[in-house]
Write a protein that binds this ligand. Structure first.
Ligand SMILES: Nc1ncnc2c1ncn2[C@@H]1O[C@H](COP(=O)(O)OP(=O)(O)OP(=O)(O)O)[C@@H](O)[C@H]1O
Length: 415
């Protein structure tokens, strides 16, 4: 190989202007010092929580809005400020943040709250093993050890309720009647409004004594948010003028998701860096958009339930065999024999038809209803991802490795 070539691949990177000044600023975990366009929500929350400083219990709050609208970051910002100011007024306030996507059972939520006080109380609840009633009793004892305000933030509260029911909310929203010294308030956060339907009317009315709504950001607002972060994230002069507006416009089209906008900006910077480019351009943003979409699709496929994965593989096989578009009946028969092959009880055709609609909604396949004149209507099913991609994902999935050994010709013999 040409030595000059090797020199140049290293020199390309060595002399490239550094793109990032501090990439951490663009990560999800970073909490900025200012939150543009959330002033109204910050003021509302401050108004709801201020009674603490006068020694009164604040109302419970239900916070909702679509994903990436700044709910978590705003609550963390406001509760941090509250903690700071409460020291000045000598009011003891504890804020316990629980992410219910991870901590998703009643037991674990209660245990988390008890364990928050473990240094003070010397009590630590194990991850499993105690009766839930006992954990709840311990929680009351630990919290009520002294006069204080305890604010429990239940982020992604819908995940907890869907998985474990609303008993825990029933208890927590009534706990103050059983305490003597301490006072508890709940802040529930959700991006799924429909979840209210899962709640008992009494629980709902005590959880949403106050409600704070986070509307989606529009492109201009996203532009301000990105500008503020970009200043500390990138070196001067590396961002082409069109980059931030394009990231903002693309994310606004999604549904005003600031997380998506920040991801676009970060990934565009990373792509430019990898190319050894000295500037981030709109072309890098388009590439970033493509990469993020692919990664998201991969994540969606990975987390599909088993039957949907097998069904998707049936469509992959039909595609490889040049038999798409296919109708529900064709797909069902391949799906069914795949199930037999891996000893899985197949679902009914009706249920599979629902799963086909779900895959369509997720954008993994395309299922178009076409009219066949007097023969009625039928679905034309096509694949929206490459068969290679699906197989690659399944290769790391132990439940599906056997399915991968089935080719279409083998499949035909099985049928
Ligand atoms: N007004 C804002 N100013 C600066 N950064 C923001 C703002 N709003 C959101 N962000 C950033 O966007 C990202 C997503 O925000 P956050 O996690 O708070 O959204 P969310 O509404 O809680 O979303 P989800 O419902 O998906 O949890 C975070 O990195 C956050 O720092």
């Amino acid at each position: 190989m040409d030595d000059n070539y090797l020199d140049s691949i290293f020199e390309k990177y060595l002399h490239a202007k550094k793109i990032f000044k501090n990439k951490e600023v663009l990560r999800h975990s970073y909490t900025p010092k200012e939150l543009p366009h959330r002033r109204e929500q910050i003021e509302n929350l401050a108004h709801i929580l201020v009674p603490v400083l006068r020694g009164e219990t604040p109302s419970n709050v239900f916070v909702y809005g679509k994903t990436g609208t700044g709910k978590t970051v705003t609550i963390k910002f406001v509760t941090e400020e509250l903690k700071k100011i409460s020291q000045k007024y000598n009011v003891p306030v504890d804020v316990i943040y629980v992410n219910c996507e991870i901590v998703d059972t009643q037991y674990r939520v209660l245990a988390n709250i008890v364990n928050y006080f473990k240094l003070e109380s010397g009590v630590e609840v194990p991850l499993v093993g105690w009766p839930t009633d006992e954990v709840y009793a311990k929680l009351k004892e630990v919290i009520d050890a002294k006069e204080r305000f305890v604010i429990i933030v239940l982020d992604e509260i819908d995940k907890l309720i869907k998985k474990s029911g609303d008993d825990i909310l029933y208890s927590l929203t009534r706990i103050n009647t059983e305490l003597h010294l301490a006072k508890v308030s709940i802040i529930g956060i959700s991006n799924d409004l429909k979840f209210k339907e899962y709640l008992d009317a009494r629980v709902l009315s005590s959880l949403s004594e106050e409600e704070v709504v986070f509307p989606p950001y529009d492109a201009n607002q996203l532009r301000d948010i990105l500008m503020q972060r970009a200043e500390s994230a990138f070196n001067e002069g590396v961002l082409d003028d069109g980059v931030v507006p394009l990231c903002a416009a693309l994310a606004a089209r999604e549904h005003g998701d600031a997380r998506r906008a920040l991801d676009l900006l970060r990934v565009a910077g990373e792509i430019a860096e990898r190319e050894g480019a000295s500037k981030v351009t709109e072309r890098h943003v388009w590439k970033a958009q493509e990469k993020i979409e692919q990664d998201t699709m991969e994540e969606v496929i990975k987390t599909l339930p088993l039957h949907s994965k097998v069904l998707l593989y049936a469509i992959v096989l039909l595609d490889e065999n040049g038999e798409l578009p296919a109708n529900t009946g064709d797909v069902y028969s391949v799906y069914k024999s795949l199930c037999d092959h891996i000893d899985l009880e197949p679902l009914t055709q009706r249920r599979v038809s629902d799963l086909i609609n779900e895959l369509d909604m997720l954008g993994i396949i395309n299922a178009k209803v076409v009219s066949k004149g007097r023969y009625g209507r039928t679905k034309e099913i096509r694949l929206n991802v490459t068969p290679y991609k699906v197989k690659n994902i399944y290769r790391h999935d132990h439940q599906l490795q056997t399915v991968l050994t089935v080719s279409m010709s083998r499949q035909r013999r099985l049928l």
